[in-house]
Design a protein around this ligand. Sequence first.
Ligand code: ADP
Ligand code: MG
Length: 383
Amino acid sequence: MEQPVIQVERLSKKYGGVHALEDVSFRIEPGEWVAIMGPSGSGKTTLINILGGLDTPTGGRALVDGTELAGLDEEALTRYRAEKVGFVFQQFHLVPYLSALENVMLAQYFHSMTNETQAAKALGRVGLADRLTHLPSQLSGGEQQRVAIARSLINQPKILLADEPTGNLDEANQQIVLNLFHELHAAGQTILLVTHDPAIGRLADRRIELTHGRLAQIISLGSEEEVRFDHLLEDIFLCGERGTEACVQEISSVGPLEVNHLLGHMAELELIVRNDSRLLLTDRGRKRACDLVRRRRLAERLFMDTFAIADAEADNHACKFEHIISPELDEKICAFLGHPRTCPHGHFIPPGPCCRKNGSADAATGAVQIGQAGQFGHGEAER
Ligand code: ADP
Ligand code: MG
């Protein structure tokens, strides 16, 4: 197994009588994007500062890339900061009398040698090729933060530590900066990002939650993100069913900040194709959406007809059920209900393999039609 980039064991930090951090343990694998979350005063900055070698713990250990930080003297810590970590702060922290280019070159200087071409290239990567000679005061907040990101990456750090990096930015610039983080993550950069914003936290692979300096929980986003994919796939499918074009503005089940990130992932996984703002399902995406819609509508039938559960409540249960019904259970429910063709609201239920096995010619037609989801209106077929 690969060695973790960060390993924190029972880490504590006391300021006088205040426990800023208490007994915190976790590990972070190479290439992970982890969000550190928690209310103000919960110890997030303290944790990031210790990992960045800006502060020292009063108990426990922190290993970064195999180096134990407590064992480093001042000089070794300076080296460590220059070589292993890149910092991005809420307040940018650029040197006001140096140009964008010189600010990036300053970080090179502390690391080894300055290289103007490389520094200019790094600014180009964050979209600032035409701002090299600008002073921080001549740049917008979003541009200043992008200079800070270029500076943090110039020495190819093992980890990128970001403390509320979008805290001082408007929504458009937030999006630009978050897109940069997304690109860095895709390129394999390990990222530790402090945020109090749940929407930004959800962009990460995992969230580590602190309360009063203690670890509250670690949440892996694997399954949570899959559920979000499912909702978006269904939204796109339902647009097709209604005969409207699916576009980013139409699908509303998640906030605008997350939707681009999620759709990007879904395109990488070949579930959808993006055509300007239009969203199209691939064969894989359509198959998955079809299965979801089928399970949801079968569950609605089951809850309303068999268990006589009221409409709103049945919807609510069905919505959760669609993610947990196995293919076997799906077939059993479908057979039990007599392979119904519509849900209680009159919508078409995409047929499953069991319906086709059941030999219904209608079901076979349905399977073909579903390939061009869009023609199914209300109440076309009765049970
Ligand atoms: P967060 O970033 O989650 O808002 P911090 O890590 O900044 O929290 O602070 C955690 C706790 O430690 C707070 O109660 C804060 O007042 C205290 N604290 C942080 N830095 C210092 C310091 N240098 N001296 C004394 N107390 C501090
Ligand atoms: Mg803080």
